[in-house]
Design a binder for this molecule. Structure first.
Ligand code: OGA
Ligand code: NI
Length: 336
């Protein structure tokens, strides 16, 4: 059966100014009702070019302990490369359906790679206003070009170049976070599987939605990853849950948004928080984002780092192979 893409639903909804019922969230979730409009604390911003490396490290550690999310500027990924990454991704999603479907996730695939739309409705039976493309970008042994768009032709070159930069930045941040735990620089990288850890590119495509007050892009979740490095386009939409409220994240041009995911929460035995976040959609504009999830390989067993465990810091999490953790979370099975 043909899978219905949100991009096509958007085109017909814009004519009728209405959206299908399965996209209308309950009142507990509707962004118009649940977004906090009072004074909002700003997500921490860290300037990585600051020569005071200790104060940079303190800011990264504090943001990860208190928020589980921060934005980095002067991060070393060239602005022009980010612009090209966004351009090739946008061009892909603007291709005719038949071309996009040529890299669609196969129906019987157990993996997430490929062009897709989340089929699984959530607990309340609601759908998300977003299409996506997933493909691994690192290490080379995990890359399957079958799921990389052939068009635009520069797609591959740009993503390969981005992979090198995103890896470098991720490892730098993991080094700071490891030392923040009082451990050697490589501790968290090794905890995620060292050079076997995988970098999964995702492009989110949120087409215009006539009822952004009622629908959500990605519903509330924490990332499965260790850490996620995301660049958005200029259309706001990311929201973060903190102190019992949903806040809009501020858009900072050319910043990279860093999310602490479940695996860093678990490796750090709860010191670093996995941020709860979701996305809203826009009435007229297409929002896009490019998260890269740094994840352990499937067999890698992840639990609190043994060096952190003491009588006064007993393990808070049960170790799981990453593939089992993912399966259990997706299927809402117990994780303790
Ligand atoms: C995600 C996600 C946020 C965004 O894809 O996991 O949280 O800004 N995306 O699109
Ligand atoms: Ni996320």
């Amino acid at each position: 059966m043909e899978i219905e893409r949100v991009q096509d639903i958007s085109s017909s909804s814009l004519l009728t100014e209405a959206i299908p019922l399965e996209f209308i969230r309950s009142e507990k979730e509707q962004p118009a009702i649940t977004t906090f409009r009072g004074p909002t604390p700003a997500i921490p911003v860290v300037d990585l070019s600051d020569s005071d490396v200790e104060s940079v490290a303190r800011a990264v550690v504090k943001a990860s302990e208190e928020w589980g999310i921060f934005q980095v500027v002067n991060h070393g990924i060239p602005t022009e490369l980010i612009r090209r990454l966004q351009e090739v991704g946008r061009k892909f999603f603007e291709l005719p359906s038949s071309e996009k479907e040529s890299v669609a996730k196969p129906e019987n695939s157990k993996d997430i790679e490929g062009y897709g739309t989340k089929l699984q409705k959530d607990l309340e039976g609601k759908k998300a206003w977003v299409d996506h493309l997933f493909h691994r970008i690192w290490p080379p042994s995990c890359v399957n070009y079958r799921f990389w768009p052939k068009n635009p032709p520069e797609y591959r070159e740009v993503n390969e170049e981005y992979a090198v930069h995103v890896k470098k930045l991720s490892e730098k941040l993991l080094g700071i976070l490891s030392e923040g735990l009082g451990l050697w620089r490589e501790a968290l990288k090794e905890g995620l599987g060292g050079d076997m850890a995988e970098y999964m590119m995702k492009i989110n495509y949120y087409p215009p939605c006539p009822r952004p007050d009622l629908a959500l892009g990605v519903p509330a979740h924490t990332d499965l990853s260790g850490i996620t490095l995301l660049v958005p386009n200029q259309v706001p939409g990311l929201q973060v849950f903190k102190d019992d409220h949903w806040f809009d994240a501020e858009y900072i041009p050319s910043a990279v948004i860093v999310h602490i995911g479940d695996q860093i929460l678990r490796l750090s035995n709860g010191r670093y928080k996995n941020v709860l976040h979701r996305t809203t959609v826009d009435k007229e504009k297409t929002r896009m984002s490019w998260p890269v999830f740094l994840e352990p390989h499937g067999e890698m067993i992840v639990g609190p780092l043994p060096e952190l465990i003491r009588d006064d810091n007993p393990p808070k999490f049960k170790p799981f192979a990453f593939k089992d953790y993912s399966y259990r979370k997706l299927n809402k099975l117990p994780l303790d």
